[in-house]
Design a protein around this ligand. Sequence first.
Ligand code: GDP
Ligand code: MG
Length: 168
Amino acid sequence: MLQLVLLGDSGVGKSCIVLRFVRGQFDPTSKVTVGASFLSQTLALEDSTIVKFEIWDTAGQERYAALAPLYYRGAAAAVVVYDITSPESFKKAQYWVKELQKHGSPGIVMVLVGNKADLHESRSVPSQEAQEYAEKNSMLFMETSAKTSDNINQVFEVCPLRRLFGFT
Ligand code: GDP
Ligand code: MG
């Protein structure tokens, strides 16, 4: 069992990433998350270890920020999401990383995810900048698209791998 929390600005695609992973779907009319929502999913790793995920998808809006510790405190893994077309969302991601470093469980696996990679024509956060930030903060880094499903499963695979085997 692996408790995983998604954090990041409202609108970056956290709920779409979870829906893509859990249901294999992308719904462009998906509803804004209120408070937080919970989903579970199992995944077989390459060595056939079965991992059961308990996923907390948080809201991101300022008015729910005070609730976030309820979801990340016990988490074994945190996926911090920004939108590659939004520098503000990248700034917000850095805020969440600092929060996790201060108040997250020791040894929490952190993954920085630049979502909406399909919108590369409107990119305004360079991959290299995010990669360097992630390295400095001992995080994994990936760019994803919940729309095309690019790298979505990889995000969820890498968390238990890092947690169980120290995989980087
Ligand atoms: P959340 O607030 O972080 O949970 O964001 P949502 O999952 O609700 O997504 C916000 C908006 O971004 C929705 O209109 C989605 O359709 C859109 N969206 C989410 N992921 C992607 C993606 O990978 N590519 C594109 N083009 N749009 C996305
Ligand atoms: Mg949401």
